[in-house]
Design a protein around this ligand. Structure first.
Ligand code: B3K
Ligand code: ZN
Length: 885
């Protein structure tokens, strides 16, 4: 907790470490009410910095120092200085050893950072700065050391003792036993991990491209042993993929994953010993939805890919976080695209980015992909660092082309293996292989905000010329009033009157992918691109595949959008046309509601959707995406000032209209897909997933019709389906319908059936909290009294508080401000327990400037009250300070 105002840490102040740690030898003695950590560090003055001997300053937080010795000389209090965050002392020789013993209390660690207990097991989370809660250390990523770790604990309670690397020794002494692990690869402390518990494991093996056998083991609590297979399959797939696509081979004899229930985020890439939130690793068809199966595949891959992009080559300092996260998200999303539908994956990523990252980039917490300063680095594990960072890497991939990008990544790994480096080093490798000057491109790392492109065009029939004019601008963000132009790749094509791809010649072409698919490279505020030999007036298909994280405006008519939706050869842009069409139609209804005019929904959307549903050439996954409606959150993000209730009403009106217009084809589709599902054995594979998603989409429209036969079919699906995907989609339809007695019965039945399974209960919680029908605040408060709820468990916090505040916008933004009061209360309660969670769960309040003046005042009042609390964590302090600045 804060004692004084936290300091700002600045990138420009970066300095190399004064001392290095060559070897780290740790011994953990684990007991029920405390743990002892003995550290033996082999250290030296950083040879790059000279021969003087400055004071050695070690990081350490919430540690009780019991013993300290330098070169075997025991030190007394007069020999060192210690405060709440640091221990400092004076080395006498350039090379020396340092021994320390500290006492910590993992059982009382509710922040879930450092060494803590999740249920009965001990585990760790060290990124970014959790290691300093384990022992005194140089807790920074550019200090890389070899680690040898001994864990000692009671044998019966903790039969499994794990750490990074290879097991080199183990033994038993009385009721206690011990295991020693050695990691041959030097690593920063943030990649350190320890686990002790009563765990079962599934084992498999993988033969690497050079023929080495790697043991793969997933450790879980005994009751979850039947939920590991999908993660294991995903692991083997991504190991092979990384060899084939990036030439990267695994480098230890064993790779372990441990599932824990209490975890602040998804998972952690500790060297050879990944620790996972159980929600991101455990699955079986009866308890887990398709979305969960897919999330597991991508997170297993993400953590595995970090072994190269993050561990072998790590970050010099935390300002470079996106160096490993952006690149690794890009890698995992390409992997998922290869394993599933590439177009659908791109749609999902773009939707996510535009809903969440664009909002972040437009608010008070906006920051560049490489932030220049922070108070608490935990606050910077953001959509910008991850998702926008991945888009930056994707743009490099687009600009260089796949082959040169691969050469660049090879060079990056080769140059920097074993080093802690910067985003500049990554870009420099791309420059070296391509000969391109990427200086201007690097503005993506330093300028925050979402660029806006305004596109106009002109056709000169006589000379067969077609001009595209693009103006780019970028709104001001905190601390950055004026922006310089970005380098922006705009992939595009031209469609003729019959929907055919037009070929043409792009003058001064930067890059021409094929005859009818171009990448325009913008690098100025205003630019003209001219095509020659254009035989007819074309309709442009712009920003294909969402080739840059920007907002693009081109004045399409509804007819043109419907045309693109039908004919564009780019799947992403077909979907995008449907989105834009839906946005236009909903906005029109918003305006009718605002002016109290009669509501009239334009029929163009229903016609287009009907054509999509009847199109045998579209796969079901893409059909589902196209008819899936823009979310309320996305619609609000597009508005100058967000009007939640009105937009929700308009959106629902359009959905109902579509359901009425399309009732027949939707019903036929639903019946067909449901019958097909009954005949098919469930597998979490792309084609089936697409079918189930379309089935769920059809059912959610049909639910709006309030017909008894549809309610009956939904209840039947809920009761009879053999997989959680269909059961949960049915439950969600019931909960969000007027059939509340059936909904209640289903909820009761579900809770009885799954009371013992916390991950399924998370879904039970969130389907209610996110429902604008059921999830009134009073009901949400009631959910928090349920025996399965605990505010100490981050998954439960996300399932109830997160679902309510982020997915139940009409209730959260209730006009009396009760939703805001509720969130502020929860933030205050959480801050005393788990600052990373409080600083994250507050996000919806940080967007206060987006809403009406009355809402702004209510939200601000809650933020100010929080700011006035006598004790605030550094995490929450920083968020509040920036939000209210
Ligand atoms: N690197 C971790 C995130 C750690 C977050 C610490 N607050 C997971 C990941 O991105 O793979
Ligand atoms: Zn990551």
């Amino acid at each position: 907790m804060r004692t004084e105002q936290p300091k700002l840490i600045r990138l420009v102040d970066y300095q190399q470490p004064d001392y290095l740690i060559d070897e780290t030898h740790l011994t953990f003695e684990l007991y029920e009410d405390y743990a002892l950590v003995h550290a033996h560090l082999v250290m030296q003055r950083n040879p790059a910095l000279g021969c003087d001997l400055p004071r050695l300053v070690l990081d350490g937080v919430e540690l009780q120092l019991l013993h300290l010795a330098m070169d075997d000389q025991v030190l007394t209090a007069a020999d060192y200085q210690v405060d709440a965050e640091q221990l400092s002392l004076q080395p006498l020789r350039p090379s020396f050893t340092l021994d320390s013993t500290v006492r910590i209390e993992p059982q009382n660690n509710t922040a879930l950072e450092g060494l803590y207990k999740s249920g009965e097991m001990f585990c760790t989370q060290c990124e970014a700065q959790g290691f300093r809660k384990i022992t005194y250390y140089l807790d920074r990523p550019d200090v890389m050391s070899s680690f040898t770790t001994t864990v000692i604990a009671e044998k019966q309670r903790y039969p499994i003792l794990l750490s990074n690397g290879n097991l080199i020794e183990e033994g038993v002494e009385d009721k206690r036993h011990w295991a020693t692990w050695q990691d041959p690869h030097k690593k920063p402390a943030y990649l350190f991990a320890v686990v002790a518990g009563d765990l079962w494991s599934v084992e498999d093996s993988f033969t690497t491209m050079n023929g080495r056998e790697v043991t793969l083991r997933i450790f879980v609590e005994p009751e979850n042993i039947d939920k590991c297979q999908h993660a294991m399959n995903s692991l083997k797939k991504c190991m092979r993929w990384d060899e084939e696509q990036y030439g990267r081979e695994y480098d230890l004899d064993i790779f372990m994953i441990v599932a824990v229930n209490d975890f602040n985020m998804g998972a952690m890439e500790n060297k050879g010993l990944n620790i996972f939130n159980s929600s991101c690793v455990l699955a079986k068809p009866e308890t887990s939805t398709d979305a969960i199966f897919q999330r597991i595949e991508s997170i297993v891959a993400h953590e595995y890919f970090h072994n190269w992009s993050g561990n072998r080559v790590t970050c010099r300092d935390w300002f470079q976080l996106s160096l490993k996260e952006g690149f690794t998200v890009f890698r995992d999303s390409e992997f998922s695209a290869d394993m599933n539908s590439r177009t659908v994956k791109r749609i999902e990523d773009a939707t996510f980015l535009r809903t969440h990252q664009f909002a972040e980039d437009a608010g008070p917490l906006a920051h560049p992909v490489r932030p220049p300063e922070y108070m608490e680095i935990s606050n910077f594990y953001t959509w910008t660092i991850y998702e926008k960072g991945a888009e930056v890497v994707r743009m490099l991939h687009t600009l260089l082309g796949p082959e040169r990008f691969r050469q660049g990544s090879d060079l990056y790994f080769e140059r920097h293996d074993g080093q802690a480096v910067t985003c500049d080093d990554f870009v420099a490798a791309m420059e070296s292989v391509s000969g391109m000057d990427l200086t201007q491109f690097k503005r993506w790392y330093s300028q925050a905000g979402t660029p806006v492109l305004r596109v106009t065009d002109e056709y000169d029939a006589e000379r067969q010329l077609y001009h595209i004019d693009i103006a780019q601008s970028c709104p001001a963000t905190p601390g950055q009033a004026n922006k310089q132009p970005f380098v922006i790749p705009v992939a595009m094509g031209l469609l003729g009157a019959e929907g055919q791809a037009l070929s043409a010649r792009l003058q001064d072409a930067e890059q021409c992918v094929t005859q009818d698919n171009w990448v325009l490279t913008l690098n100025q505020a205003q630019q003209r691109f001219t095509f020659t030999e254009v035989s007819e007036r074309p309709l442009p298909s712009l920003l294909r595949g969402f080739s840059a994280p920007v907002k693009l405006h081109y004045d399409y008519s509804r007819e043109q959008l419907a045309f693109l939706l039908q004919h564009d050869s780019d799947g992403f842009n077909r979907w995008e046309a449907a989105q834009q069409l839906a946005v236009q139609v909903i906005e029109e209804v918003c305006e009718q509601l605002r002016t109290h005019a009669p509501v009239q929904v334009d029929g163009c959307l229903a016609q287009s959707f009907a054509a999509v549903l009847n199109n045998p050439h579209l796969d079901t996954a893409l059909q589902a995406e196209i008819i899936s409606f823009p979310s309320l959150a996305y619609l609000l993000e597009l508005q100058e000032q967000a009007d939640v209730q009105l937009t929700d009403k308009a959106r629902e009106a359009v959905r109902l209209y579509l359901a009425e217009q399309l009732a027949e084809p939707l019903q036929a589709l639903y019946n067909r897909l449901r019958e097909q599902a009954k005949q098919t054995q469930y597998r979490p594979e792309a084609e089936q997933i697409g079918n189930r998603r379309l089935q769920a989409m059809a059912l959610s429209y049909l639910t709006l019709l309030q017909r008894d036969d549809i309610v009956a079919a939904t209840v039947a699906q809920f009761e009879q389906a053999d997989n959680m995907t269909e059961r949960l989609s049915a439950l969600s339809c019931l909960v969000n319908s007027t059939a509340q007695s059936q909904a209640q019965a289903a909820l009761v039945q579900f809770a009885e059936e799954f009371a013992h399974d916390p991950l399924v209960m998370d879904q039970w919680f969130s389907v209610q909290a996110a429902s604008s029908v059921l999830g009134e605040l009073a009901h949400v408060r009631q959910l928090m009294q349920h025996p399965s709820f605990s505010i100490k468990n981050p998954n439960k916090v996300r399932a109830v508080i997160g679902a309510f505040t982020q997915h139940n916008l009409p209730q959260f933004h209730a006009e009396d401000g009760s939703g805001y009061v509720f969130l502020a209360e929860q933030v205050a309660a959480l801050d005393a327990l788990n600052p990373q969670m409080s600083a994250r769960i507050i996000t919806p309040l940080t967007r206060w400037q987006r809403y009406t003046p009355a809402q702004q005042a209510l939200m601000r009042a809650q933020l100010e009250q929080l700011q006035a609390l006598p004790k605030l964590s550094k995490d929450l302090y920083e968020v509040l300070e920036r939000t209210l600045a």
